[in-house]
Design a protein around this ligand. Structure first.
Ligand code: NAG
Ligand code: NAG
Ligand code: NAG
Length: 213
């Protein structure tokens, strides 16, 4: 009986030990699980709340950047957006282009009905401008002082090619074509009425001269 009791006691103590160990193990693994679950929950909730948080930040700083706005090509190796050039400026006319005398000339003849190419210091140009100043001209006479234009000599070369006159003054009425209507000499023999008649007929209906004096 005593031997049996001793055995029983050993078994009971053993059982208690085993149960304690199992409990300890369960406890620790339980708390591990809890930690893991907590961590996962944090991750999930942070992901859930992050868009909201982001938009709050956006409102706070007055910015709004969506992932769609970020061009992958603009992100360098370090993930820093590169200050890439405005693509629009790469090859359209916002980029400062080389001067084109042809384009300049075309815009002059498209936007004006009666034009004198002149040079500010040239006495013959001055003479023609004085003759024309006696008229009220509609639309206004366009006077281009080639010596005051930044690329005036290129423009003058093109004016020569288009109008056949190399010198100034050079009067053009686009309604009658691009050929030069005259320099100073072509008007000096004419009186005011003759000038008016000649130019009004060349103007067709696009411009009109009226003698004011
Ligand atoms: C840029 O120029 C190229 C070739 O001249 C043309 O094919 C392309 O459409 C242009 N791009 C823009 C944005 O103007
Ligand atoms: C340049 O190109 C952009 C995009 O194609 C366009 O919006 C802009 O009006 C163009 N600028 C000029 C001056 O043509
Ligand atoms: C004159 O020509 C230069 C060189 O092409 C150009 O950069 C400049 O813009 C031109 N000036 C004007 C007023 O067009």
């Amino acid at each position: 009986m005593a031997i049996l009791n001793k055995r029983l006691a050993k078994i009971v103590v053993g059982l208690i030990l085993v149960i304690t160990v199992i409990n300890l193990f369960l406890l620790s693994s339980n708390s591990n699980n809890k930690n893991t679950v907590n961590h996962l929950n944090q991750l999930i909730s942070s992901q859930k709340s992050s868009p909201k948080q982001q938009s709050d930040d956006n409102n706070k700083y007055g910015i709004s950047i969506k992932l769609d706005d970020i061009n992958l090509e603009d992100i360098g190796a370090k993930g820093v957006p590169l200050l890439s050039e405005n693509k629009h400026n790469q090859n359209n006319s916002t980029v400062t282009e080389e001067y084109s005398a042809e384009r300049h000339f075309n815009s002059i003849i498209e936007n004006n009905k009666i034009i004198v190419f002149s040079k500010s210091y040239c006495p013959f140009s001055k003479g023609l401008k004085e003759r024309l100043s006696k008229f009220e001209i509609t639309p206004e006479l366009k006077i281009i002082e080639l010596d005051e234009e930044e690329n005036g000599s290129e423009l003058q070369d093109h004016v020569f090619k288009q109008t056949g006159r190399k010198t100034v003054p050079n009067l053009i009425i686009p309604a009658s074509g691009l050929n030069s209507i005259g320099g100073f000499d072509d008007f000096k023999e004419l009186n005011d009425e003759q000038i008016q008649k000649k130019l009004n007929s060349l103007c067709k209906d696009t411009c009109h001269l009226t003698l004011t004096v």
